[in-house]
Design a binder for this molecule. Structure first.
Ligand code: ME8
Length: 476
């Protein structure tokens, strides 16, 4: 066995009923930055993302689009993958829960464990089901008879389901969270889930009759029922590693270091999922990072409001690293963050075209003119301000630090005026220019997790002693 540290990170598996928007791009970019950082620190990383496909939402969306469900699904998955490619998301696996070979055996094995623990029982049930949520909701959640989040009337359902004894695990989950064995970040979300646990958890319906849900994994031993989509979906975090099938990856990487999620699905991840794992006697993930929502102009992005920002559109206009930069630095992971086309452009021009781009041009112009050859500067360790911020998932603070160094380097040039010094004191002048390239190289290295393309371009420019083409053209 190797003693190398491992870092397994997961994103939610997204519903493929529509193309991904900037919110999904945020989760995935944030995740990618963390994975790249841990890789940079020499850890063995594994990065999982994917799609949640056994859902009625998909069936309904395909119907609206007038397409066969599988054709519709293929189109959406192509869109997911191309967005992730354009964002430079370095995932190791893209799991699809419709995959009967890779996902289903593990989901079934986990269900059997819950049965063995005596935590699954059958019960008649009557309630309101919201397909948008893929969950039962209550009368008091409704506004004017509709689910306010999805603006739709829930289905009234009366059926026999299998239930999971979630109530039995309220106390145990609470203890794991309070002791930080299951570390919920940030603290506001930890408090939110603890207060929910203090109210006590009710048992949850874990299956639907096949007649009600045309998709889903059959319940072992009862072909008339399919697993509840959240029970099926949560299990992806271990089935992707081969749980119940081939446990090589599972042995190496479970428990996950972190599940990255948005605040909307906290309850599923910090209450139901740990309870399932406790029931099956599987170790819990180490932490759950819960980020806020991206809004536009102060409002939740929605089709009705017409304020949805398509990540593809930004990527086309500004490029991969500019989009990654904005998401990493100008959205705070622990709170809601806002973006408009105007704010994006302003920030791009100020910090990338003028800030970083201009600095690289300035330093490399001096170097190309006055240094004889390129150099591979000595590689020094990463500063604690940088590593501590990233260890705490604060990608925005880490990038703030890098940009302070960028600003300082710019000021050094203005103050020392090496372009004049090379005339009066060539030795001192070239020494200063050499030091500028050293610092630029160090900055380039720190940009690695955030702006992987720029990192390589900056390092290559210093080594070749050549001013690169304009990195971030100004936008009017
Ligand atoms: O919930 N801002 O899938 P989903 C930031 N399939 N992030 C956002 C966002 C926004 N405005 N909107 C969505 C599901 N997200 C389930 C998950 S996991 C076992 C199953 C991101 O397609 C955020 O990460 O509705 C949120 O948690 C996720 O997308 C929900 O994606």
């Amino acid at each position: 066995m190797s003693d190398k540290k491992t870092f397994y990170l997961t994103t939610p598996i997204f519903y493929p009923n529509a193309s991904l928007h900037l919110g999904h791009a945020y989760t995935t970019t944030l995740s990618d930055i963390l994975v790249r950082y841990h890789k940079l620190m020499g850890e063995t990383t594994y990065f999982l993302t994917g799609s949640d496909e056994n859902t009625q939402k998909l069936v309904q969306a395909a119907k609206v689009a007038g397409q066969d469900a599988s054709v519709f699904l293929d189109g959406i998955i192509t869109n997911f993958r191309s967005l992730f490619a354009e964002l430079d998301i370095s995932y190791d696996q893209f799991i699809r829960t419709s995959d009967e070979e890779l996902h289903w055996p593990g989901a079934i094995a986990l269900w059997k464990k819950l049965v063995e623990a005596g935590d699954i029982y059958k019960k008649g049930y009557e309630g309101l089901y919201c397909v948008g949520h893929e969950a039962f909701i209550t009368e008091k959640d409704l506004v004017g008879g509709k689910c306010p989040d999805h603006n739709s009337v829930p289905e009234h359902i009366k059926e026999e389901n299998y239930f999971f004894k979630l109530s039995r695990y309220t106390q145990a989950v609470k203890e794991k969270i309070e002791s930080k064995e299951l570390y919920i970040v940030p603290e506001t979300r930890e408090r939110e889930i603890l207060s929910l646990l203090n109210e006590g958890l009710e048992d949850v319906s874990f299956s639907r009759p096949k007649t009600a849900s045309s998709v889903g994994i059959p319940v072992p031993g009862d072909e008339s029922q399919v697993m509840y989509v959240w029970c099926d979906a949560l299990s992806n975090y271990i089935t992707a590693l081969g749980y119940g099938r081939d446990d090589t990856l599972y042995k190496e990487f479970w428990p996950a270091q972190v599940h990255v999620i948005g605040k909307d699905i906290l309850r599923f991840h910090a209450a139901i999922w740990p309870a399932m794992l406790l029931s099956a006697q599987i170790p819990l993930p180490k932490s759950i990072l819960v980020h806020g929502f991206i809004t536009s102009g102060g409002k939740k992005m929605s089709k009705t409001l017409g304020n949805i920002i398509d990540p593809q559109e930004l990527l086309e206009e500004y490029g991969t690293d500019a989009v990654r930069y904005f998401l990493a630095r100008h959205i705070t992971p622990f709170e809601d963050g806002d973006i408009t086309r105007e704010s994006f452009k302003e920030i791009y021009n100020a910090n990338l075209a003028n800030g970083l781009g201009n600095l690289v041009a300035r330093v490399m112009q001096l170097a190309e003119t006055h240094l004889e050859k390129g150099t591979r500067p000595e590689v020094v360790g990463f500063p604690p301000e940088y590593t501590q911020a990233l260890d705490n998932f604060e990608v925005n603070r880490a990038l703030d630090f890098v940009f302070l160094r960028i600003k300082a380097l710019d000021q050094t040039i203005t103050q020392t005026e090496p372009f004049k010094l090379v005339q009066t004191d060539p030795e001192r002048g070239t020494q200063i220019i050499f030091e500028l390239t050293q610092e630029l190289y160090a900055i380039g290295r720190m940009l690695n997790p955030f702006l992987p393309q720029m990192c390589e371009k900056i390092k290559a420019a210093v080594i070749a002693n050549k001013k690169p083409e304009t990195l971030f053209p100004r936008k009017e």
